[in-house]
Structure formats: C-alpha cells, structure tokens
Design a protein around this ligand. Structure first.
Ligand code: MGD
Ligand code: MGD
Ligand code: MO
Length: 763
C-alpha cells in the first residue's frame, strides 16, 4: 500500500450545512429526544435497559463520557446520565460490527476516503487485525501471534526509548498501572497521554502554586458556595451533568459568572430532562453575568480583576481580602503586588474587550463573597500562556482565602472519564520519586529515570525517525494531536504501530510498516477472568476513586480486557520472575494490591473500592497543607502576546454537541444552531463584511508559522456572535492547521485554542 494513497484527513468536501439561530436554553425535551434517537439507531432494547439504568449508579457502570462526579447522596432513579452520556453508551454498545468481513471488503485506502463520522459508525471491532508490508487490507491474526509480533519488534529496537506508549483517558486504574509497569520494566518513560493535550497546564500550574495538580473542591461545595466562575468551559455539551450542580447552586442563591468569547447556550438556562417541572417550565437561569472576552485574553481580565480587588481592599482594609490567610498560609504576596503595579487597568480592559462596568460587577461579587469556586477547562489550558492564566486564577482564590474551605476552591473540570486516575497510577512521561523507589524495591528492576516523550515530543521523535514503534492504549493519536500531516508522516515512519481500540478510527488507517488493531472490552461489558467476574476502578474529576462494572455480554468472544492485553504482551516480552502478570489478570484484586503497594493514597484499596460511594484520595489543597512548607504560592504571570496582521484572526478549535473528541456522534451542533455539517467557521459579521465575504461562502483556512503554510479547505462561513478578530471551528478537522512546535510554556499543551490563521474564498 503506497502511503500517498492514504488520506490522513477527513475528506475536504463541500457540505450542505443548515444554519439557524442558537437556542437560549440547554437540555429539556430536545435532549431527551436526541438521546432516544441515538439509542434507537445504535442499540438493542436489552442493551438500553441493561446499561442506562446502571449508569453512574453506585456499583454500576462509570459513564465513559466525562469525568464529572456522581452525587454522593441521592442518584436519580432513572439513571444518572445525560444526553451525551447516552450517546457515548450508544456508540460503544452499537449493534454494528467491524468484523473481519468488514475489513476484507474495504481496503485501508478506501476507508481513508470515508469521513470520520462514517468510519466511526462502522461498528465495534471484533477480532485482532494485522496489516503487513505490501498489504492493502487488514486481516485477522491470533492473539498469541500478535503478542509475539509486538515482543519481537520491541526486543529488536536499539533502545527502549525508540518505542512510544500513548494512553487515552478511558483506561482504568488497573489497566493503566499494569501498562506503566510493563513499559518501565521494558526500560522507558515514553508514556505520553491525552492529558498532555488537555489539563496538563492545570497540573503544572496547580502543582507549582498549591502543591497538587488536581482540583480541590468536592461536589457538595457547589451546593453551599456563594459564587461560581466558569471560565473557558462549555458544560452544556461536554459536562452536562454539571448543569444539575450549577442549578442546585442557583437554588441556594449562588451567583454564576461565565467567561467565554462566545455565549454558550448551555450556560444560560437549564431544563433538567428528568424533572417534569423543569420540562414544562422555563428551566433555571444559570449565568448571572456573562463576560464575552477576546480569545486568549483571560490573563488580562484576571489581572484587571486582581488590581480592582486590591484597590477595593485599599479603600476599606480587611473587608475584601483574607489577610490572615495571606499572612500565615502563603508566600509571594509582595511580588504579586509589585507585578500588578506595572499594568494599567485601562490597558487590561482594552486587551480583553469586556465592558468596564461588567468587570466591576464581577469584582463586586468576588469582593463580597467568601466562598468562591472557579471552574475551567480547555478554553484556558490550550494557549501558549495557559499555565500563567491558571496561576492567575489561583492568585484570586488565594487573595480571598477561598481554597480548602467548604464551598470554595479550584475546579479544573477533567475530560476523559479516567484521565485523572491514569496519571495518579503512573501514566506520565516523568517518573515520580515515590514510584521510582517503589518499583525498584517491590519488583527488583531498575526503572528508567530519564524523562520520556510527552505528546509533542513523541510527534517529533517519530517524524525524525528517532522512534520506531508506536503503541496506543485507546484514543486516536493521529486525529487528536496537532499538525495532522506531520503526525501522519511520523506514524508512517514507524516499523510497527499498535492500537488497542473498541472502534475503528482514522488512526488505524495511517499506520507503520506493520500495524495491529487489538480489540478490547468496553466499560459496558462483562469482564470474566479465571477468578470470576471482575470490576475496574476509576478516579473522577474530584479525586473520588470508585468501581465500574459492565453489565452487557461482550460484542465478540475474541475481545480481551485492557489489563489482559497488557499482561499478554508482558508475558511474551519478559521471562519474568519478578511480576506475577498472570495472577494479576486472573484476579484484579491483585492489581489493586500492587497499586496500594506502589502509589500513595490507596490504603486498603480492595475494601474501600467496594464501598458503593468509593473513597477520596488525599489532597493537600483541600486540607490546606499545600506544599512541604505548608504554604501556597502567589505567582507573577505573563499576558498573552499576539500581533495580528490586518487579515489575520485568532482561531479556537472547539467541540460540537455531537462529538466525543475525534468520535463523531452526529453532524449537528444544536446549541450553536448548526445542522448537517462540521466544516464551519464561526465569524463576526463585521469581519465578514471587512473581508468582502458573505455568510454561506466556502472558505479555506490557512496558518503560517515559521515560514510554513498549512491549509484546511472548504469551510462554510457562519455569521456568529463572536468577538471581532476571533474565529471558531471544530476539532479534529482543523488540527491540520496547528503547528506541532507551538505549545504552552511549561506544559507543552498544543495551542489549539489560539491559532493565528487567515481565510480566503475557496476555489
Ligand atoms: N460530549 C462530549 N463530552 C466531552 C468531550 C467531548 O468531546 N464531547 N470531551 C471530553 C474532554 S477530553 C474534555 S478535555 C472536555 C472538554 O470540555 P470543554 O473545555 O468545555 O471543551 P471545548 O469544546 O474545547 O470548549 C472550550 C470552551 O472554551 C471556550 N474558549 C475558547 N478559547 C477561550 C479563551 O481564550 N478564553 C475563554 N475564557 N474561553 C475560551 C470555547 O468557546 C468553549 O466554550 O470535555 C469532555 N467531555
Ligand atoms: N484542535 C484540538 N485538538 C485537541 C483538543 C482540542 O480541544 N482542540 N482536545 C484535546 C483533548 S482535551 C484530548 S483529551 C485529546 C483526546 O485524544 P484521544 O483520547 O486520543 O482521542 P479520542 O477521540 O477520545 O479517542 C477515541 C478512540 O478511543 C477508542 N476507545 C473508545 N473507548 C475505548 C476504550 O474503552 N478502550 C480503548 N482501548 N479504546 C477506546 C476508540 O477506538 C475511539 O476511536 O484530543 C486533544 N486534541
Ligand atoms: Mo481532554
């Protein structure tokens, strides 16, 4: 198969998009009918009843949708799920099968001409598949042969550092721990993960300031807080169950401020789809104050807020800030004051583009509240100065002493349902000291110390042929990462690419000389091993570890669980006396014992994980012990810098309401008034006029970095309420424009929310 026959991008075709005015309320009956539609299209009646009633129930299935926590107390009898959780389940439990007959019928080159939506809808993968040099189609392979092939290639490498082991965030604690154990025993820390493209900036900023790279609040804090800021996050689409928490906060008189370049319907008003009163009525108003700032000017807005808070405190000392907390529990206050003197309020206001009176209103509420929660997600983490912005968020909370108190603290809202847990149990390109020591002591091998590749490092290593084997534990590395054409070449440079997956994606089609697809059980499926039925565990966005157990018969008898796949490879790769791989697969309790032995915070894991609510991991920000010296740190942070030419725009790449990252559930984005298409670019009408373009025109988007031009073609222009000079498009279609070598300082997260681009009418 010639590499040039393979299309690494979703085909660039004109779409017939229907555009209407975005709604002003989220969820409600439309959410219910959309859920029903996806269930009907994909699932059998038995799968529906067996999964949806167990979803997010105590002891049930952890929804693979997002990492928002389940209520500790009352859980809705109808199932703690949301429209997009139903779509995630429907996607996994689909009736359709991508079996060997499917792969025999369609060559890889043919499949690569399909859209991402079509590829994903081909069904669940049923057999391990291989493609060898010269083959045009994937064909079945035995598990044993697949394991041998992997072991042989790994043993043939000149150094273990020539192999890369990626992880997406659905992988359970059990699978992730075993995986990192195998990888480190093999000899490398090349463990990039989706977190590198997601909340890495939060991890870096929070570790530096409060001593732990996770959020500090619990779900109950939302019910007693006075003020919530939602910055750079679209919960109506990406964390719909958060809307229930926000509406409960509103009932208890909390105020909500949303900060976002565009007005997201999900933040305006919420009708609970499972409450009759809500559906019949007008729902609950969520946001009290909406600050529509320019893309990537949050640092300016937050600095402005900090300056205004200090000015208020100066007017009435002791009335605004928590001086006792600042004096006794923090460092760096004076440096912060010095830095803020260097900036003028007027300049900061001009930069962020928010009306002064609105900022003053926000400051008034922050000044008068003691219990404040700040939530954020990808609108904050995917810029060059992301770590700075998050540290500025921390500065505000520290001034107010609103961290580690009931009703106040940090809330980075995680994406993938176990992305936080994967990191806790060791998926990281750096090896924490405790893990290094423990692996050495408990298993008697020398773990690697040298830092491995993060995602952008891995891209470069493959492109430069420094890495030759790519292994993906879940996810879609090709389409999720920046610079799609560059990534594609890197993957094609590899001698072997392996992907553990549930469903086909474009990443399977752009592969190394030899490639394997290893099909695994999904969250919803029953996992039986030698000692009987197993469950796995996950950690949600608020640090609660709990169990997840499937209820459905697996889609194929050939599927293996992720832990069994790892152990299968390890058993073939190592002649092992040190690790009891087989024992751990026979009974996952043994994996949990190993986690308890090696990772702090998991004492009595097997007992506590059987507690229906699960258990909280320790959190030094929540208990205010912060770092070693017991103090949190104020920091001095940088503003963003973009000098745009007349014809340039700053573009953010966001999720539509009908996708899960690179998995496309459907072609609509109901909350933004888009139907039947994804190749759209949201633009301010003034910009459109200035460029001599009209709504409905097809345009090509290009980016120009370091002398290199990247192009994405045939996008329909959508006139939208977005700041002048800003654009929005969907990922992954525009990842081709994101340069692989532009990322956040310190966290290496690609700049997917602030790409400098030009647009031009398509030919
Ligand atoms: N249904 C569904 N659920 C999901 C996912 C999914 O794809 N589908 N993905 C999961 C994953 S992995 C993640 S990480 C989360 C992502 O959840 P989100 O972070 O909510 O996802 P995005 O669509 O990237 O939305 C980012 C928001 O930030 C805003 N924004 C962009 N740039 C800026 C900026 O400079 N400043 C500010 N203040 N705002 C900005 C955008 O307008 C948008 O509202 O969701 C998780 N849940
Ligand atoms: N431009 C731009 N790029 C982005 C982002 C953005 O906002 N803008 N967001 C970034 C973020 S936040 C993230 S988290 C990444 C996401 O990056 P990834 O996590 O790599 O991508 P996903 O699309 O979530 O992965 C989907 C695939 O996972 C597989 N899968 C699903 N369930 C399972 C399972 O249970 N086990 C296994 N083994 N496989 C499974 C399926 O085969 C499916 O095709 O993308 C990043 N890329
Ligand atoms: Mo994410």
């Amino acid at each position: 198969m010639a590499k040039q026959d393979i299309n690494p991008l979703t085909p660039e075709k004109r779409e017939n998009v229907r555009i209407s005015t975005p709604p002003k309320t989220a969820a409600g009956l439309k959410a219910l009918s959309s859920s029903l539609h996806h269930m009907r299209e994909e699932m059998t009646a038995t799968s529906c009843s067996k999964t949806l009633f167990s979803l997010n129930q105590k002891g049930g299935i952890d929804c693979p949708g997002c990492a928002w926590p389940d209520p500790d107390d009352h859980r809705s009898a109808l199932g703690e799920y949301c429209e997009n959780g139903v779509k995630a389940i429907a996607e996994e439990t689909t009736k359709k099968l991508a079996d060997p007959a499917f792969f025999a019928k369609h060559s890889v080159a043919d499949l690569s001409q399909w859209s991402d939506y079509e590829i994903g809808k081909s069904g669940r993968i049923t057999h391990p598949m291989v493609i060898r040099p010269g083959d045009s189609h994937y064909s079945p392979i035995d598990w044993e042969d697949a394991f041998k092939l992997i072991a042989k290639q790994l043993k043939n490498l000149a150094s273990p550092n020539e192999a890369i082991f990626y992880t997406s965030g659905r992988t359970s604690n059990e699978a992730a721990f075993l995986y990192q154990l195998m990888v480190r025993k093999y000899g490398t820390n090349n463990l990039p993960d989706c977190s590198n493209m997601c909340h890495e900036s939060s991890g870096v900023a929070l570790s530096n300031t409060v001593g732990i790279g996770k959020g500090s609040v619990k779900l109950e804090d939302f019910y007693i807080t006075e003020l919530i800021l939602v910055i750079g996050q679209n919960p109506g689409t990406n964390h719909p169950r958060m809307l229930s928490a926000l509406s409960k906060a509103k009932q208890n008189k909390a105020k909500i401020i949303s900060i976002n370049p565009i007005t997201e319907a999900g933040l305006l008003r919420f009708k609970h789809p499972q409450k009759v009163g809500h559906i019949m009525g007008s729902g609950v108003k969520l946001t009290d104050l909406y600050l529509n700032l320019n893309i990537n000017t949050d640092a300016a807005l937050l600095k402005c807020i900090l300056k205004m808070l200090l000015a208020k405190e100066a007017e009435a000392p002791g009335s605004v800030l928590d001086q006792a907390f600042i004096q006794s529990r923090t460092t760096g206050y004076d440096n912060l004051l010095e830095d803020l003197k260097k900036h003028k309020v007027e300049d900061l206001i001009q930069k962020c583009g928010v009306a002064k009176k609105d900022i003053e209103q926000a400051v008034q509420w922050i000044a008068s509240s003691k219990k404040i929660i700040i939530c954020w997600a990808m609108g904050i983490t995917q810029h060059e100065n992301s770590v700075d912005i998050i540290q500025e968020i921390v500065n505000i909370l520290l001034l107010k002493g609103s961290i580690g108190i009931p009703g106040g603290g940090t809330c980075p809202v995680r994406g993938h349902s176990n992305v936080q847990g994967d990191r806790t149990v060791g998926i990281w390109e750096k090896i924490p000291d405790h893990l290094y020591k423990n692996l050495k002591t408990n298993y008697g091998f020398q773990p690697p110390k040298e830092e491995g590749y993060h995602v952008v490092g891995a891209l470069q290593a493959m492109a430069e042929k420094k890495a030759k084997v790519f292994f993906g534990m879940g996810g879609n590395f090709l389409s999720a990462t920046p610079d799609t054409n560059y990534t594609a070449k890197g993957l094609q440079n590899c001698s072997l690419t392996v992907q553990v997956s549930t469903k086909p994606n474009r990443g399977h089609l752009v592969h190394g000389e030899t490639a394997l697809i290893l099909p695994c059980l999904g969250r919803t499926e029953i996992d039986i091993q030698a000692s009987g039925e197993q469950f796995v565990s996950v950690e949600n966005s608020m640090g609660i570890v709990h169990s997840s157990q499937g209820t459905l018969k697996p889609k194929s008898t050939m599927l293996k669980s992720e832990p069994a796949i790892v152990a299968g490879i390890a058993n073939t790769l190592f002649d092992d006396e040190q690790v009891n791989w087989q024992g751990m697969i026979d009974n996952y309790d043994l994996i949990r014992e190993a986690i308890e032995l090696n990772i702090p915070g998991f004492d009595d894991y097997n007992r506590r994980v059987r507690n229906p609510e699960g258990f909280y991991l320790p959190n030094v920000a929540r208990d205010r012990s912060f770092k070693n010296d017991g103090k949190a740190k104020f920091t001095v942070n940088k503003l963003s810098e973009h000098t745009l030419a007349e014809d340039e725009y700053l573009m953010m790449t966001v999720r539509s309401h009908d996708q899960y990252n690179t998995t496309i559930y459907g072609l609509d984005d109901r909350y933004r008034g888009i139907e039947n298409g994804r190749r759209v670019v949201f633009i301010n009408p003034k910009d459109m006029e200035k460029a001599g373009l009209q709504k409905g025109d097809y345009v090509d988007i290009s980016s120009h970095y370091d002398g290199k031009t990247r192009i994405a073609k045939l996008f329909t222009l959508v006139s939208y309420d977005i700041p002048v000079g800003n654009l929005a498009t969907y990922f992954p279609e525009t990842n081709v424009l994101v340069p692989h070598n532009k990322f956040a300082r310190k966290s290496h997260t690609p700049i997917s929310k602030s790409i400098v681009v030009k647009i031009q009418k398509s030919n």
